[in-house]
Design a protein around this ligand. Sequence first.
Ligand SMILES: Nc1ncnc2c1ncn2[C@@H]1O[C@H](COP(=O)(O)OP(=O)(O)O)[C@@H](O)[C@H]1O
Ligand SMILES: [Mg+2]
Length: 304
Amino acid sequence: MTSLSHVGSSDLAVDLGTTNTRVYVPGVGVALDEPSVIAMDVRDKAVLAVGRAAKVMIGRVPQSVHVISPLRRGVIAEVNATREMLRHFLRTVVGRWHVLQPRMAVVVPHGTTQVEKRAVEELGRSVGARKVYLIEEPIAAALGAGLPVAAPGAHTVVNIGGGTTEVAVMSLSGIVGCESMRIGGDDLDEAIIQHIRKGHSLLIGTRQAEELKLAMGSTLLLGGEVGDGPFIHEVKGRNLLNGLPRSIGVSVHELREALHEPMTAFLDAVRACLERTPPEWPDGRWRTPRFFARWPSRPEDEQK
Ligand SMILES: Nc1ncnc2c1ncn2[C@@H]1O[C@H](COP(=O)(O)OP(=O)(O)O)[C@@H](O)[C@H]1O
Ligand SMILES: [Mg+2]
């Protein structure tokens, strides 16, 4: 990426997510992808860490340090903390790519109120944006996935976040129907934790569970996999029988078992949501939704 440091631009796009923040720079791609977490000193509000560095501090800091996720369900819950976090993130990006007083597109969840929108615009300006444009998340997700949202006909996107999932049907660049569900990638992590606890009397943390999911979580048979599958991923945790640390290898097959239940619940929720969408679409294309997480960093995920 350093070879791209000469790229000058006055535009940025920001996905200020509840779980992760991503900053996109035209010509560069995703220039920053960090957890939406900030660690601050309780007494003087000094910023101690942001992003990944702050996330690893969760549960490991004295009372004088606050480690928080300043957004809730995509909406700014703690204004000052969000501003400080974004300012630190942008400093990294701006320093590296010389983006000065950018025009900034910021993604907001569908259904964001006027007051919440104004808060995002103010936030953008307070961190140095010359102009702030708001884009509704499902539209941004669809554009990121390369769907022809401006074309007539219905286009459905299922945008999976950490704690919430949005199912949106779009046509002619507008949102025809959208529903948000309180189910997301974190629920898959939780299911993995429970499965390993029951099957191996091993307690693993959420970070280990997410790693496992990202490394080889699947609901389909993977290429080259036979029976129990050649894919094994090691996880470390605490043996619940004697309290000592222990590692085990988890197979892709076992992981699929762990994910079966939450994935079924997930699909049921999406199906129920689609059933509430008006059925009068001429081509019925909405019945084949496209799934992906993480806009806009991994458009290739959408293929999976
Ligand atoms: N490649 C991937 N495959 C499956 N899940 C993923 C992948 N990358 C990220 N996730 C999951 O997506 C969720 C975060 O999505 P994100 O859009 O960053 O969240 P939010 O919109 O809540 O900020 C997490 O549960 C994370 O584990
Ligand atoms: Mg998201």
